[in-house]
Design a protein around this ligand. Structure first.
Ligand SMILES: *Cc1c(COP(=O)(O)O)cnc(C)c1O
Length: 427
């Protein structure tokens, strides 16, 4: 299956005709428990000696189809679906971290992730150190004996920033640490982080993977290439795991160690499971992922270029424009385009931004992105509101900028809407 091209995999990977009925589309297995053939079968399933279904907190046929499809699209060995993108991030860190351990994370992250990493993970005894990932020396210096992962986004939300993944993964390799890349804004169509050195890829399936604002979901993909045994730093994966009758996952399951641990221990005990209905919608969304992403990028390119030449606009931060400091990274990191999320600064600052948002008609003012519909948000007064102004600026969400998520409508209609709203905002 993995020999097929992306456009074929997005439709077929993980989805054979239903073995029970022949149904061609993946059915929604709205089911909780699965009958064991006999006691021996049950024992083999619980011992991870045979793969099958026990209980839907762990695995479910519809959810497994989605996991296989995303793993194929990202070029990974295995994947686990979760209840949200934020759940995927906790689940990605869970097998790697322990009390006293830290993750070194980029300053340029989704506002909710900065919040999750700054405060909430401290309740588990974990912590995060935030560094500018363009300063590779600072990144290297931030790694200490308790660091267990390096975390960044491929394209970062909201500032139109692209991480130099090959350079960052070289630092991670040198430190013997896994690199976790949030690939939500790029999707595997625009960027394949594993090919650029990532160990784990996390997604908010809520965004482009589903693509139409119907689902909250997340996915973690494991490359299957990290040597969990080499450093002695990852006892959950490469030492007898007390949470699973002393199984050494790396020894027993090799490239599938992370995936099986995430199901057998992570989902079992944290319960951040994706629901089958959500998985079904995401499977439908992914069938058109490449087509949508092509149009998203094409429209973003047109709208960003139009905004940049408008005197009412101070600047546009879209890596697809030659004016962006990160334009040079597009060909290397996101070869099929710089995505469709960017910010622009309105002359007139905070007040003009708020007026602009209130006057847009086609763009919806929502705290979401990656929808077929074009969306707008003033990050400083909403998603990044809980951050200090310094954190807002560092995250690319200064008070004078508005974030756009460009949809797949007609680009001329989007430009006309921005034109009339800018007129109202700067009158
Ligand atoms: C939305 C988002 C998340 C969180 O995902 P949820 O599905 O909302 O939990 C994480 N990272 C990025 C880049 C996002 O855009």
């Amino acid at each position: 299956m993995t020999d097929y091209a992306f456009d074929t995999l997005q439709i077929h990977a993980g989805a054979a005709p239903d073995p029970a009925t022949g149904a061609r589309q993946v059915p929604i297995y709205q089911t909780t428990a699965y009958v064991f053939r006999d006691a021996d079968h049950a024992a083999k399933l619980f011992n991870l000696q045979e793969v099958g279904y026990i209980y839907s907190r762990l695995t479910n046929p519809t959810v497994s189809a989605l996991a296989s499809r995303v793993a194929a699209l990202e070029g990974g060995a295995g994947a686990v679906c979760c209840s949200s993108g934020h759940a995927a991030q906790i689940m990605a860190l869970f097998p790697l971290m322990g009390p006293g351990c830290n993750v070194v994370a980029s300053t340029r992250l989704y506002g909710g992730t900065i919040q999750q990493f700054s405060n909430t993970i401290r309740k588990f005894g974990w912590s995060a150190k935030f560094v500018d990932f363009d300063d590779l020396k600072a990144l290297e210096a931030a790694v200490d004996g308790n660091t267990r992962a390096i975390f960044c986004e491929s394209i970062s939300n909201p500032g139109g920033y692209i991480t130099d993944l090959p350079a960052v993964s070289a630092v991670a390799d040198k430190a013997g640490l896994p690199l976790i890349v949030d690939n939500t804004l790029a999707t595997p169509y625009l960027c394949r982080p594993i090919e650029q050195g990532a160990t784990l890829v996390v997604h908010s399936a809520t965004k482009y993977l589903t693509g139409n604002g119907t689902v909250t979901g997340g996915v973690i993909v494991d490359s299957g290439t990290f040597d969990w045994s080499a450093s002695g730093k990852f006892p959950s994966l490469a030492a007898p795991e007390p949470a699973y009758h002393g199984l050494n996952f790396h020894v027993a399951l090799g490239a599938m160690a992370f995936t099986f641990h995430s199901i057998a221990v992570g989902l079992r005990d944290l319960g951040m499971t994706m629901n089958p209905q959500g998985a079904h919608y995401t499977l439908l969304g992914i069938e058109t992922l490449s087509l949508r992403m092509q149009r998203h990028v094409e429209n973003a390119q047109k709208v960003a270029a139009w905004l940049e030449q408008d005197p009412r606009v101070e600047f546009v931060t879209y890596a697809g424009l030659p004016s962006s400091p990160w334009y040079g990274r597009v060909a290397k990191v996101t070869p099929k385009g710089a995505g469709a999320i960017f910010t622009f600064a309105v002359r007139g600052g905070y007040d003009a931004c708020v007026k602009l948002v209130d006057n847009l008609k086609l763009f919806s003012h929502v705290a979401n992105l990656g929808d077929t519909r074009s969306l707008v948000i003033h990050s400083a007064s909403t998603t990044h509101r809980q951050l200090t102004e310094a954190q807002q600026v560092a995250a690319g969400a200064a008070p004078n900028v508005v974030r756009l998520s460009i949809g797949i409508e007609d680009a001329a209609d989007l430009i006309a809407d921005l034109d009339q709203a800018l007129a109202a905002a700067t009158a």
